[in-house]
Design a protein around this ligand. Structure first.
Ligand SMILES: C[S@@+](CC[C@H](N)C(=O)[O-])C[C@H]1O[C@@H](n2cnc3c(N)ncnc32)[C@H](O)[C@@H]1O
Length: 273
């Protein structure tokens, strides 16, 4: 139970960039906040537009963890409402665990408000389905090992052996390593790989490529950061054809809770259950 008079911290997903891609709840909480701390590298300041005129708004890129936590704790102790605004969804590479631990230790209540992660913004930009029936039913969200290592067993080569869709965060500057890892996992050079730089921002750049060409294509487009990489057989644009893979959900012969199966000779679509 929260102490009387104590404020609350909201970790809010700002979405990928387009200010219309924040949730209604996230927008309201920003409008109500007394202190707004936002990750300025990829949060579009447009999402802060409705903030109260008296709200304190601060960028967090230049602050340490202890400074960020200190500001949030001080404000909440004074009964203020804090919006801690993160790019995309806070739970994916958002570094919120260590912030939440400090709030817990100080007895400050907090809550996560989800956002549209760049993985889904990039898929939308590409017009892609990441889970294509009979191609893959799995998406792996990960990163290439760089200055930040990955735990044993999560090396890209090991993950890529599944041949599922890979969504790579924080990896745009490591694409040579990514290509080597995927080749080691047995991926062929014609497998689709795409990079979306600043998805949904006005200066968004999309590179549709293949494993064999992605390094050179990203170099030509001068993309070294702020990009989401999607890779795998599901990204193949050739799958989008009338006789391509399709799910059983809308198959007339496949019965489920909301539709009876149609017998051979019946009209497609079936009756409502
Ligand atoms: C610290 S992580 C934050 C991820 C974020 N929480 C999310 O859900 O998208 C930063 C990385 O996310 C990806 N990213 C975030 N926003 C992006 C955008 N608008 N377009 C492309 N990639 C983005 C990039 O890979 C970037 O290096």
């Amino acid at each position: 139970m929260s102490r009387p008079g104590i404020g609350k911290v909201y970790f809010i997903g700002a979405g990928p960039g387009d200010p219309e891609l924040i949730t209604v709840k996230g927008k309201r909480l920003i409008e109500e906040a007394d202190l707004i701390l936002y990750t300025d590298s990829l949060v579009n300041p447009e999402v802060l537009r409705g903030a109260k005129s008296e709200a304190r708004i601060e960028k967090s890129a230049g602050l340490t963890l202890e400074e960020i936590a200190g500001r949030m704790i001080d404000a909440a102790e004074q009964g203020q409402r804090v919006a801690r605004v993160h790019t995309g969804d806070p739970s994916v590479f958002g570094a919120i665990l260590e912030q939440a631990a400090r709030l817990d230790a100080a007895g400050i209540p907090w809550e996560i408000v989800p956002g549209v992660s760049s993985v889904f913004a990039a898929a939308a930009v590409l017009g892609a389905e990441l889970t294509v029936p009979e191609v893959t039913q799995t998406v792996i969200l990960t990163r290439a090992a760089g200055r930040t290592p990955v735990p044993p067993g999560e090396e890209l080569t090991a993950l890529a052996r599944h041949r599922s869709t890979l969504a790579l965060f924080l990896s745009a500057g490591l694409m040579g390593d990514v290509r080597n890892a995927l080749r080691q996992a047995g991926w062929e050079d014609n497998i689709a790989v795409a990079a979306v730089y600043k998805a949904t921002w006005p200066d968004q750049v999309v590179v549709r490529s293949t494993l064999g060409r992605i390094v050179e294509d990203m170099r030509d487009a001068q993309i070294r950061s702020h990009a989401l990489i999607l890779a795998g057989p599901a990204l193949d644009p050739g799958l989008r054809r009338p006789d391509g893979p399709k799910s059983r959900l809308y198959d007339p012969t496949f019965a489920h809770r909301y539709r009876r199966a149609v017998r051979a000779g019946d009209a497609p679509g079936g009756e409502e259950p």
